[in-house]
Design a protein around this ligand. Structure first.
Ligand code: ZN
Ligand code: ZN
Length: 355
C-alpha cells in the first residue's frame, strides 16, 4: 500500500517507475509524510553494543545501560526494551536468542566483512545457487510436522548434519541478523509484506561478488538449522531472497545523526517500504530526518501542485561531486541514470555540443 495523504498521490512516472506527486501547492516546512518502522534492518556488530535495538539511538561509542546478553541486544531505556520485546513477541525473542547462541557456539568461524573480488554473479548463477540453498534449508529444517514427529524431537538427520557442516565453515552475524529481521517481519506482518515489500523495486543481480552470494546463500540453511519447528521454511526462503533483491534500491543508511548533515557513523541500514516511494533528485525538495525508527519527510521550499516530491539518496560529501561523479555513484549504488533537473543543467555545461 503506497503512503496515503491529501498532499500527494503516488503515480507511475514516465521512464522512472512510480513517484510521489504533490496534489496541491504545499508550503515550505510542511511535514508531508512519516514512515512506519523498518521491515528489515541490521545494526552492524561493531555498533551493536552502543546502539539501542529499539530506537536506533547511538550512545557515542559507549555501551548502553539496559542489556539483554542472551539476545545480544542493548537498549537505551527499560521502556525501549519493553516495546522491543512486545514488538518481537515470544517467537521473535526466542529466535534472537537462538541466533545469539548459534554465533556464540561458532565464534571461531565468525567473519564480519565480505571480501569482494571478481565480477558480479549473473542472474542465472544467482538463481541456481538460490535453488541449492533452498534445498539445503529444506533438508536442514526437516520434514514439516508429520504424524506429530518434528525435527525438535528427532534432531537433525545424517543428511542435515552434513549440510550444516558444509555451510557453516564461515558465519556472518550481520547477514544472519539482517535476514532474521526480515523473516520475523514476514512472519508477523504478513499483510504488510504482501502489500508493501513485494511491490518494492527489485534488483535481479543484487550481489556485488561471488563471495557475497555465497555468504548469503550459506546463511539461509544456517538460519534453518537453529530456528525451531514453529518457523515456516517457506517464509524464511522467501524473506532471504526478497531481502537481497529489494535492498539495493530501497535501503536507507542508518547513521548516528538523524539528518543528512550529521552522518558521523554508519551503523547499519534498513528498508522502510513506504518511504521507498520517494524518488531521488540531486536538488531535492524534501528533507528526510530520522525520528527513532521512522523517517519524517519535510518540504524545504514551496512546492507547486503537480511537482514530484523527491529526496536525495546522496549524503554529506557526496553532494559536492560533479555531475559525472554523481551520476556514476547513483548508477553504481542505485542502478539508475539520474536525469534530475540539476543533472540535466550540469550535463549541458559539461557537453555543450550534445543539443
Ligand atoms: Zn532506545
Ligand atoms: Zn541528478
Amino acid at each position: 500500500m503506497p503512503p496515503k495523504s491529501d498532499l500527494f498521490k503516488v503515480e507511475e512516472i514516465c521512464g522512472a517507475g512510480r513517484g510521489v506527486i504533490a496534489s496541491r501547492a504545499i508550503p515550505s516546512g510542511t511535514i508531508v509524510y512519516e514512515s512506519g518502522p523498518p521491515a528489515f534492518h541490521v545494526i552492524y556488530s561493531e555498533y551493536r553494543k552502543e546502539t539501542c535495538a529499539s530506537c536506533f539511538t547511538w550512545n557515542r561509542g559507549r555501551t548502553l545501560p539496559v542489556r539483554e546478553n542472551d539476545l545480544n541486544k542493548v537498549f537505551c531505556s527499560v521502556s525501549c526494551r519493553e516495546s522491543w520485546m512486545q514488538e518481537q513477541g515470544p517467537i521473535g525473542v526466542a529466535a534472537w536468542e537462538a541466533l545469539s547462541n548459534f554465533v556464540r557456539r561458532n565464534q571461531r568461524k565468525v567473519c564480519n566483512e565480505i571480501v569482494h573480488e571478481g565480477d558480479r554473479p549473473s542472474q542465472l548463477s544467482i538463481e541456481t545457487r538460490w535453488r541449492e540453498a533452498e534445498e539445503q534449508a529444506r533438508v536442514v529444517s526437516g520434514p514439516e510436522e508429520e504424524n506429530g514427529s518434528t525435527r525438535a524431537n528427532q534432531g537433525p538427520g545424517k543428511a542435515a548434519r552434513a549440510i550444516i557442516q558444509k555451510v557453516t565453515s564461515k558465519i556472518y552475524p550481520d547477514i544472519l541478523s539482517y535476514l532474521l529481521s526480515a523473516h520475523l517481519f514476514r512472519t508477523s506482518h504478513t499483510e504488510t509484506w504482501i502489500d508493501e515489500v513485494r511491490s518494492l523495486a527489485m534488483d535481479d543481480k543484487p550481489y556485488r561478488s561471488q563471495n557475497e552470494l555465497e555468504a548469503h546463500c550459506n546463511s539461509l540453511p544456517q538460519l534453518a538449522s537453529f530456528l525451531a519447528g514453529e518457523h515456516s521454511t517457506d517464509y524464511l526462503i522467501e524473506a532471504c531472497e526478497m531481502v537481497a533483491k529489494a535492498d539495493n534500491h530501497n535501503a536507507f543508511g542508518l547513521y548516528s545523526g538523524t539528518n543528512e548533515e550529521e552522518r558521523e557513523e554508519f551503523m547499519g541500514f534498513a528498508v522502510f517500504p513506504t518511504a521507498s516511494y520517494f524518488n531521488h533528485s540531486c536538488r531535492p525538495n524534501l528533507i528526510k530526518t530520522r525520528n527513532g525508527r521512522s523517517w519524517r519527510f519535510e518540504t524545504n521550499r514551496e512546492i507547486p501542485a503537480g511537482t514530484e516530491l523527491c529526496i536525495t539518496y546522496l549524503g554529506g560529501a557526496e553532494k559536492e561531486l560533479d555531475v559525472l561523479q554523481r551520476r556514476a555513484r547513483l548508477q553504481d549504488t542505485w542502478g539508475f541514470q539520474c536525469s534530475c533537473e540539476k543533472c540535466l543543467e550540469e550535463a549541458k555545461v559539461h557537453q555543450p555540443n550534445l543539443d
